[in-house]
Design a protein around this ligand. Sequence first.
Ligand code: UD1
Length: 369
Amino acid sequence: MARLKAMLVVGARPQLIKSAPIVKEIIAHHRQISLTLIHSGQHYDREMSAIFFRELKMPAPLANLRAGSGSHGTQTATIMKRLERLILKARPRVVLVPGDTNTTLAAALAAVKLGVSVAHIEAGLRSGDMTMPEEINRRLADHCSRLLFAPTRTALHNLKEEGLGRLAHLTGDTMVDALHAVMPEVQRRQQAVLRSLGLRGQAYLLVTLHRPSNVDNLNRLHRIQLALCRVARTLPVVFLVHPRTRAKLIELKALRGLKARVILTGPQGYLETLCLLKNAGCVLTDSGGMQKESFLLQVPCITLRDATEWPETLAHKNNRLLARPELIPEVVSSTMVRTSLEESARMVTNPFGDGHASRRIARILEESF
Ligand code: UD1
């Protein structure tokens, strides 16, 4: 029987995490699938890409399209143009696109317009906010896919509502698989990571912010900066600064002032981030992945947004949406207190699956072609 030629296109940090368990599963157990890995080059810094390949033990991609940064149109179009050539040359039966980045949309469009089937990993998420680039990307990717891998029941429901139910499969979330795989290493490293930053477990606020809605508006970023400095008067604050956020803080001339009060580091690898997340008293973020990871690791989360595509995390008050930066200090202190009180109430069920999503995805892929 001819092997199924599949192409997996990644490019941004979260896509590497979501894809790693699938790559591992296919290589180990699905010899019938011949998998080609392509990197769009959307993320290119070592700490945004290469470190994830190493930590997640991913094979090197066959090609890097070196699309780099740029406006959404330019980035998406560059990836499409360069990927089209590769698809024509490699002639895969199916192109796998994980997540909701510009790389996801570009790869889905390039493939479907060449008549190649698209399979969307992490299909069906909806925040309802079409001003978010990710919402546009995920909706469009879903609607040009032939196979939709839904991580949660809510995602499956959303797909059914949009008439896509017959293409959808409930698989669970591959981020759970990824988390399970690295947990032993996280346990081993965590104390050293805390020590290196002079932190005590459960006694600091971990911050990651990179959404355009928070960091591109300098007025809002200024308000966030003031709020973090206020928190830092009573609680250590560790801020993992994404390149986009760093550029905006520099524009705001706020980097030095923040550095005097808050522990600032560049983006961290997957393992270090999980070490810091697992031991935090509370996390303040706008990342989809961190909302989920904090839920799974039972760390209270404050999401600095007014909507989330992961409504499951709001259950048991594990995650809380916060729109106004001014309220950060107050909400952080009440969240830290609440944690110990509601410890037993959290984590009743895990809506993100059992850690075997990749196995299901690989099997469905094999059976579908
Ligand atoms: C992208 C995704 C977002 C995801 C995030 C994870 C889109 C629309 N957004 O956002 O969904 O949550 O990745 O990080 O696809 N930069 C560097 N080095 C890099 C990469 C980027 O310095 O390796 C800088 C560039 O100045 C660039 C900016 O970061 O302009 C933003 O990068 P970009 O890829 O446009 O989007 P992210 O904000 O990372």
